[in-house]
Design a protein around this ligand. Structure first.
Ligand SMILES: Nc1ncnc2c1ncn2[C@@H]1O[C@H](COP(=O)(O)OP(=O)(O)OP(=O)(O)O)[C@@H](O)[C@H]1O
Length: 443
């Protein structure tokens, strides 16, 4: 992106305090947004995508200061010739002007419509708040706008309950556009709508964005929606952006395993284009206690093995899942033993019950009866011996010492893949290093 951005978000943070007791003593924080940075150029749509709970809505409400950010800067060019100014330092007057210039569209359009007000009055309300006293003029502007979003001027005097979900979202768009903003933040604008009307609303958003020269932050958990409307996409995981780049490039050439997993979940009717669905196993972490190192390592299907092992990748993932569960005290050997014994009572007798219990646990975690790597198998066997003889703490210690991924030992930096495509994963960092040769080091 060469031109100066309209919006530049720098290390934005929003941490919610976790409190305890009658005195509300602060005992921790949910790091909902934990240092994200991105730019949006004039006329550009940036998608912010990720699973539910990764911090997308919090990012939106913090950058528009519906909630006060905990840290970072939000730089916005309000067109007054002063260039980028820091929204987080705006006083009331500046904030009012900013909110006129940066509007939000929500998932549920009904929530922002007063059922007792005609839709025309609802849309016209902010014109009045921002000083347009001429009623006839207000009505004219709103009628034109209603037509522009695919409704009719006559709808001005109707009430919200008379409209379908899709039509209400059209009203939401009219409300957002009435003050001629430069930036729209659309938070899951089509997720609550019937599939049949989603495409209509998305193409309307696309047209309006072009027509009004809008910049847009488009929040969605749905990669296929993002592909339809966004010029660039930022993939968010547990409060952090893990990959960002032009939509086409990220879709064609995803660099982060999390992006790859999200893309693999997109249904496609064309069997030639169908990607193999990637099943993410492992613990889903909480923003209150995010994992060390790369935050995705507890679920990553490509989690890196240390040099000392040479295991099938899915077995390495299973080993780490097993380690984490044993360390968390979540493997109930007694229960497995009971179920194995019940099976044996049904005639499926086993000579060595411990071996049967171990087999059952291995199967539960997707671990084979023997790992192909002898050293790893020895250590796993050792941990099983301790676990099955009731020494759970020792088993946990053995596993924690034997199986460590480099992904949990340090935080991956962003790697630049060109044209603003960046991702933060040790795998790509390693590949880039492997490609670097002294001969072209000066490039
Ligand atoms: N007021 C709050 N206090 C404490 N934690 C919160 C608060 N609001 C959100 N969170 C937590 O912050 C994290 C991010 O939530 P957020 O709603 O921003 O995610 P999201 O990606 O927009 O998800 P969704 O699509 O479900 O809305 C979640 O773990 C959520 O539980």
């Amino acid at each position: 992106m060469t031109e100066r951005p309209l919006l530049s978000v720098r290390n934005l943070e929003k941490h919610y305090p976790i409190t305890e007791g009658v005195l509300s003593r602060r005992v921790g924080a949910a790091r909902a947004v934990d240092g994200i940075s991105f730019d949006i150029a004039r006329g550009e749509t940036l998608g912010l995508v990720g699973e539910s709970g990764c911090g997308k809505s919090t990012a939106a409400s913090s950058l528009i200061r519906l909630e006060e950010p905990t840290g970072g800067r939000v730089l916005f060019d309000d067109g007054r010739g002063e260039g980028l100014r820091d929204v987080t330092r705006f006083d009331e007057a500046d904030l009012k002007a900013f909110r006129r210039n940066a509007q939000m569209i929500f998932q549920d359009p009904s929530s922002s419509l007063d059922p007792r007000m005609t839709v025309g009055s609802s849309v016209a309300e902010s014109l009045m708040v921002h000083g347009m006293t001429d009623r006839t003029r207000r009505r004219k502007i709103v009628e034109n706008l209603l037509e522009d979003v695919g409704l009719s001027a006559d709808d001005y005097d109707r009430y919200p309950h008379e409209f379908s979900g899709g039509q209400k979202q059209r009203i939401g768009l009219a409300r957002a556009l009435v003050l001629n903003p430069d930036l729209i933040i659309a938070d899951e604008p089509v997720s609550a709508l019937d599939v049949s009307v989603r495409a209509e609303i998305l193409s309307l958003v696309d047209r309006l964005q072009e027509e009004y020269g809008l910049s847009m932050l488009f929040i969605s958990h749905d990669m296929s929606v993002v592909r339809d409307v966004c010029d660039r996409v930022a993939v968010m995981y547990l409060g952090k952006i893990v990959e960002i780049g032009e939509t086409e490039e990220v879709f064609a050439n995803p660099q982060h395993p999390y992006t790859e997993a999200l893309l693999s979940a997109i249904p496609t009717p064309d069997p030639r284009q169908r990607r193999k669905g990637i099943e993410l196993t492992g613990k889903v972490p909480s923003p209150v206690d995010p994992p060390d190192g790369c935050r995705f390592h507890t679920r990553c299907h490509r989690v890196i093995q240390p040099d000392e092992y040479d295991l099938e990748q899915s077995h390495w993932r299973s080993l780490l899942n097993f380690r984490d569960e044993v360390v968390a005290g979540a493997v109930d050997v007694g229960k497995v033993r009971e179920s194995v014994e019940a099976g044996a009572a049904d005639g499926d007798a086993e000579a060595t019950p411990d071996a049967a219990v171990e087999r059952e646990i291995r199967a539960d975690f997707g671990l084979p009866e023997r790992l192909s790597d002898a050293a790893a198998e020895r250590r796993l066997g050792d941990a099983f011996d301790r676990l099955l003889s009731g020494n759970e703490d020792e088993a946990a210690e053995t596993l924690a010492a034997a199986f460590v991924t480099p992904c949990e030992e340090s935080v991956p930096e962003f790697v630049d893949h060109g044209d603003g495509h960046r991702s933060a994963c040790f795998l790509t960092a390693r590949d880039e290093r492997a490609l670097e040769r002294p001969a072209n080091a000066e490039r």
